[in-house]
Design a protein around this ligand. Structure first.
Ligand SMILES: NC(=O)c1ccc[n+]([C@@H]2O[C@H](COP(=O)([O-])OP(=O)(O)OC[C@H]3O[C@@H](n4cnc5c(N)ncnc54)[C@H](OP(=O)(O)O)[C@@H]3O)[C@@H](O)[C@H]2O)c1
Length: 285
């Protein structure tokens, strides 16, 4: 199997790099903006032509959620325009496009976990661009796999786990919101699931799935577990979102129902705390 990965230096892309040698019979080509700028369709066409890729896994994205409120044009280029480019290139070359979206396409007002067919209603500029990006794939792809994920963390890149450990080492006191609930997703678990799926199943048509780790917590619970598992000392106070203003509005409920992906691909998804422990052990090394 021949796989092209874009945005491969980010946190999720780096996890695909780590896992590649577990599929020695497959050929992986890793690219980030320096080798392959996904906003430039001419470059994309030239890069994939005559290379017979079976899959393109798109890990590139504009992920600065608060900055996106002021930089919506840049976010649009990467989260929407690039999706159209990738979809057209994949369609022309008969490549299955694997792409990632977010819990931020929902408004978080549902009671209970979100299923794939729940109506989207993004609250932020970032969420709006990610939803439009999904639409670009649905409109322009023949064969694609869109996986919505939430609260991504990894030993690579920037994320909440690394931010909390850093801030806790610099401050005696931190405030973390407790009225937004969801489930963290270890990027390594997501990458592993994707590689298993594409090596075992034929993807035909445009498919949409939800994926996170198992469990349900608030950001406050997550921060407390990060401190405990990393042996970091700091007082963390739970605060309401209204008392912790940020530029972009986040959904209060980000919980995903994962039955569809579990049933269709026979997945066993790890509990978030077990995966957090693995990630923190890597960070300690
Ligand atoms: N992070 C989360 O909590 C979260 C939650 C839910 C869903 N997701 C989704 O999960 C996916 C992976 O997120 P992530 O956290 O791994 O993202 P990330 O760490 O921000 O990685 C994105 C990568 O894309 C690269 N990139 C930027 N512009 C590019 C271009 N024009 N062409 C090619 N590559 C480019 C970035 O390079 P630079 O760093 O040099 O810009 C970076 O290496 C995204 O689709 C995201 O929306 C993330």
């Amino acid at each position: 199997v021949k796989i092209l990965i874009t945005g491969a230096n980010g946190q999720l892309g780096s996890e695909f790099r780590q896992l590649a040698n577990e599929w020695p019979d497959s050929e992986f080509v890793f690219t980030d903006i320096e080798e392959l700028d996904v906003t430039r369709i001419g470059l994309l066409h030239g890069f994939v032509a005559n290379k017979q890729f079976d899959f393109l896994i798109n890990c590139s994205a504009y992920t600065a959620v608060d900055k996106a409120e002021d930089e919506s044009e840049i976010a649009y280029m990467l989260n929407v325009q690039a999706c159209e480019n990738l979809a057209l290139v994949c369609k022309k070359n008969n490549i299955v496009l694997v792409h990632f979206s977010t819990d931020f396409i929902f408004d978080g007002k549902k009671t209970g976990a979100y299923i794939e067919t729940d109506p989207p209603a993004p609250l932020s500029a970032y969420g709006k661009t990610k939803l439009l990006g999904e639409d670009m794939l649905r409109k322009n792809c023949n064969n694609s796999l869109i996986i919505r994920t939430s609260w991504l963390f990894s030993a690579f890149g920037n994320n909440f786990v690394k931010t909390i450990i850093k801030k806790a080492s610099e401050n005696n006191q931190l405030q973390v919101v407790f009225d937004q609930i969801g489930t963290p997703t270890y990027a390594a678990d997501l990458a592993y699931a994707v590689l298993n799926i594409i090596h075992q199943y034929k993807i035909s048509g445009n498919k949409l799935y939800h994926f996170s780790n198992e469990g349900a917590i608030s950001w406050y619970d997550f921060a407390m577990a990060i401190l405990e598992l990393s042996d970091t000392k700091c007082d963390i106070s739970p605060v309401l979102s209204v008392d912790y203003p940020v530029k972009a509005v986040r959904p209060a409920n980000s919980l995903f129902d994962k039955s569809k992906i579990i049933n269709d691909f026979q997945l066993t998804i790890p509990y978030w705390r077990h995966s957090l422990e693995k990630c923190i052990n890597l960070l300690k090394k």
